[in-house]
Design a protein around this ligand. Structure first.
Ligand code: PLP
Length: 261
């Protein structure tokens, strides 16, 4: 169901090597079939081997980018990725509030696969206070959910309890991604009167750069196209599973997932 007149916006960091961040988001939007727009929050110098440097943009230019997009083209869904500092988070939250964005997907990005911190430790509090409560859906993986809740998460039961805790912070839904736990990949979707468990066989693949960015952008695209929350998550699970199966070697480190145009 492609409809390039349906606009989707990502507010995130740039990955010059094209596997994650803004670049993964825009590829996903195009592949799913929405018109992608991007507000850049930070520029990372990274490749398949790691993140080497990060420069945050000023909160003024981030605010201005959001305003000029919304004043002209209303997105049908917005995805937020890397937001790095407490000031940037507050600016984004205050600016978005004026527009009451539809289908806000918050991916609480904290660390790159290579272990580089993409969210300053002092920014966690603002993420919890300002961004998570605004979200239609928040998409933490287990390490991020541990940071958000202060809980140790080791089992499906822990995931349910932590997911419920995050739901009580104000978002409408929480998708907790269990790929970091042992065994098969189990994700849990929690909302008011919604509790879904998605199980898929663990895929033993080396190239998984950009998985988190891709699934959250896929959910945003599907919501924008009019799918319900359960369908959007289920279709995005299929998309990311296929994207990981078709991931490929490029560069010398952890290669990217594949997109389907
Ligand atoms: N770089 C940027 C700019 C990102 O936004 C993200 C994730 O959201 C990453 C890197 C991390 O990607 P990965 O976990 O695949 O290393």
């Amino acid at each position: 169901m492609k409809n390039y007149k349906v606009a989707t916006l990502t507010i995130a960091g740039s990955d010059c090597s094209g596997g994650a961040g803004i670049q993964a988001d825009l590829k996903t939007f195009s592949a799913i079939g929405t018109y992608g727009m991007s507000v850049i929050t930070a520029i990372t110098a990274q490749n398949t081997q790691g993140v080497f440097e990060v420069e945050e943009l000023s909160k003024n230019i981030i605010k201005k980018q959001i305003e000029v997009v919304f004043d002209d083209i209303e997105p049908s869904a917005v995805k937020i990725g890397m937001v790095s500092s407490p000031e940037i988070i507050l600016e984004i939250a205050n600016t978005l509030k004026k527009y009451d964005p539809k289908n806000l997907v918050v991916d609480p990005v904290m660390m790159s696969k290579s272990g580089y911190s993409l969210l300053r430790p002092e920014a966690k509090e603002n993420m919890i206070k300002y961004l998570i409560p605004m979200a239609y859906i928040v998409t933490p993986n287990v390490p991020e959910a541990q940071e958000i809740t202060g809980m140790k998460i080791e089992t499906l039961e822990d995931m349910k309890i932590a997911g419920q805790k995050i739901l009580e912070m104000g978002p409408k839904h929480v998708l907790m991604k269990g790929g970091h736990l042992k065994g098969d990949a189990i994700d849990v979707l929690i909302g008011k009167d919604i509790f879904e468990v998605y199980e898929s066989k663990r895929l033993d693949r080396k190239n998984t750069h950009g998985t988190g960015c891709t699934i959250s952008s896929s959910i945003a695209s599907h919501l924008a196209l009019g799918y319900g929350i359960k369908e959007s998550v289920a279709l995005s699970k299929i998309y990311i599973t296929e994207a990981i199966k078709n991931s490929f070697d490029i560069g010398h480190g952890v290669g990217p997932v594949h997109h389907f145009y």
